[in-house]
Design a protein around this ligand. Structure first.
Ligand SMILES: CC(C)(COP(=O)(O)OP(=O)(O)OC[C@H]1O[C@@H](n2cnc3c(N)ncnc32)[C@H](O)[C@@H]1OP(=O)(O)O)[C@@H](O)C(=O)NCCC(=O)NCCS
Length: 197
């Protein structure tokens, strides 16, 4: 059964494998128009600072099939002037989303985005940004659906949404999602699927 939960820093390889399974066009769209070679994708994943990044993924049989990646600026990299890079301001975060082909158009990104918003709010992120190529119709539709405002400038689209402060419900929602995934996993370990049927 598919589960959604945050990735652990020890699951870097699952993230790299997922990004490497994206087809050529989806990989290009995911990385803002750059077609990264396999080695560059691995280097990118290795460079992720997990203290400033949260990845909410959908797993099927332990394989990561889709992910929303959130990253907040590292101390020292924040753009306090805010000129052109508002996602580097304190309290802001940037996100990117990817869903493997066979899982697309089933509401997976919509579901993961809702969970990523909860995770972001619980870390006091108040401004969420994304970058999108103009030709990326699926992402534009997803953004519209989840209430992200899109602004077209200099040949690219920036998406932005203001987030409210965290509350008891967001804290409970994140806990409940993680607990459900842990219980699923535990059940699969102690009751193997063959024995369960
Ligand atoms: C963009 C992407 C994440 C959407 O994932 P998804 O799981 O298919 O999205 P959902 O099923 O939740 O659908 C969200 C909306 O997008 C629309 N959509 C999804 N794929 C679409 C497509 N190929 N063409 C047109 N609309 C599409 C859906 O119809 C839905 O809107 P609706 O409910 O109003 O009809 C996925 O296509 C993807 O991974 N693309 C490659 C990477 C990428 O472009 N990332 C974005 C840059 S960060």
């Amino acid at each position: 059964m598919a589960q959604t939960r945050k990735l652990l820093p020890t699951e870097r390889t699952l993230l790299a494998d997922h990004l490497l399974r994206l087809d050529t066009n989806d990989r290009r769209l995911r990385f803002g128009g750059m077609l990264l070679r396999d080695e560059a994708v691995r280097r990118y994943v290795d460079s992720i600072d997990w203290a400033h990044s949260w990845n909410v993924g959908l797993f099927d049989d332990g394989v990561l099939r889709a992910v929303v990646q959130l990253s907040v600026p590292r101390p020292g990299t924040a753009d306090f002037a805010g000129a052109g890079t508002p996602w580097l301001r304190p309290g802001a975060a940037e996100f990117a989303v990817s869903v493997e082909k066979s899982w697309q158009r089933q509401g997976v990104a919509t579901r993961l985005m809702a969970q990523a918003v909860v995770v972001a709010r619980n870390r006091n992120v108040r401004d969420l940004y994304m970058l999108c190529l103009p030709e990326n119709e699926p992402m534009r539709r997803l953004a519209k659906k989840v209430g992200i405002n899109l602004v077209f400038r200099d040949g690219e689209i920036t998406g932005h949404v203001d987030l409210p402060a965290p509350d008891q419900l967001t804290v409970f929602a994140e806990f409940a999602t993680e607990a459900a995934a842990a219980i699923d996993r535990w059940t699969e370990i102690v009751v193997p699927p063959a024995a369960a049927s």
